[in-house]
Write a protein that binds this ligand. Structure first.
Ligand SMILES: C[S@@+](CC[C@H](N)C(=O)[O-])C[C@H]1O[C@@H](n2cnc3c(N)ncnc32)[C@H](O)[C@@H]1O
Length: 288
């Protein structure tokens, strides 16, 4: 579950390019709010939360992760690969905890900060530019570490999980969902996913379980979400297709057509049972 380290820099540059021209972005979110008759200058955290989540299953998925991880108001939470900060803001608004987001794409971090200020949550939610493979945080500095549909981009899962285990407090929780490889995924499929979706390597249900255990955690949940996500992703493809005109206006026809082909291929792999998803909850040993 890792790419040779001499290819990490290429993987990082590809991810940044990918998210700099992603169909879900700040401009598109503000337009979606305006289309619903919501003044973007007066938007509330609840209203924004319906448009700024870039993972599968919307706010229900956040609520499930919050419950599974036992996140409380007095917790300090780290959102690893936080994107535009939708889950971070939702957590702070819904639970009242403090959240720190970490992401390596500057345009995403900038957008996350602006959106957070817009809804007045910047006293409790902050964002750092940096890599999940070399986190700019002290050991044992968070009660909970979360991630949603983003660790698929990280080229070294062992180091990623070890970093999460390092920054979470002894007895603290790592809770995440991620896109997973399943039996039948071919090398050609993986090459295309790496090129078009910037997934350099993918974890598996057993692979993540093993890495969590090797990092000194007890796995409390490793749930197979594959059937659920196969249904959700059909709707998501339709959602992206409805944004096609806007994506073409923002980033050009070539990017829009390329996105459509790449996403249709990705969703097709779910239909064929070659890709799946998982929800994990693991607790760092209290004795660590
Ligand atoms: C799908 S988006 C995040 C979605 C977010 N969890 C949500 O639910 O709205 C994935 C994010 O992962 C970030 N990312 C990818 N590789 C990373 C890495 N190695 N370190 C930090 N962030 C990374 C990307 O820049 C991107 O913003």
């Amino acid at each position: 579950m890792s790419l040779p380290s001499d290819r990490h820099a290429d993987a990082t540059a590809s991810v940044v390019r990918y998210y700099d021209t992603h169909p879900i972005n700040e401009t598109q979110i503000l337009r979606a709010l305006a289309d619903r008759g919501i003044d973007p200058e007066a938007v509330t955290a609840s209203e924004l939360s319906l448009h700024d989540q870039d993972h599968f299953g919307g706010l229900d998925a956040n609520d499930l992760l919050i419950a599974a991880a036992g996140i409380r108001r007095d917790h300090r939470v780290l959102d690893v690969c936080s994107g535009m900060g939708g889950p971070s803001r939702y957590l702070a608004h819904r639970v009242g905890c403090t959240v720190v987001g970490l992401d390596l794409t500057e345009s995403r971090v900038d957008a996350a900060r602006r959106l957070t200020q817009r809804v007045g949550l910047d006293d409790r939610v902050s964002f750092h530019l940096g890599s999940a493979l070399d986190m700019p945080f002290d050991d044992a500095s968070f009660d909970v570490v979360i991630g949603q549909e983003a660790w698929c981009h990280v080229p070294d899962k062992a180091r990623l999980v070890a970093e999460c285990a390092r920054v979470v407090k002894p007895g603290g929780v790592i809770a995440f969902t991620d896109i997973l490889r399943r039996d039948g995924l071919t090398d050609d499929d993986m090459d295309r996913l790496a090129r078009e979706m910037t997934f350099p390597v993918l974890g598996s249900l057993d692979g993540y379980r093993r890495l969590l255990e090797e990092s000194g955690c007890t796995v409390e949940l490793a749930e197979d979400l594959s059937p659920l996500w196969t249904r959700i992703l059909q709707d998501r493809l339709a959602m992206y297709r409805s944004l096609g005109g806007e994506t073409a206006r923002q980033f050009g026809n070539e990017r829009s057509a390329g996105w459509d082909a790449a996403y249709a291929f990705f969703v097709g792999l779910y239909g064929q049972g070659r890709l799946g998803g998982g929800r994990f909850v693991a607790r760092r040993s209290a004795a660590a």
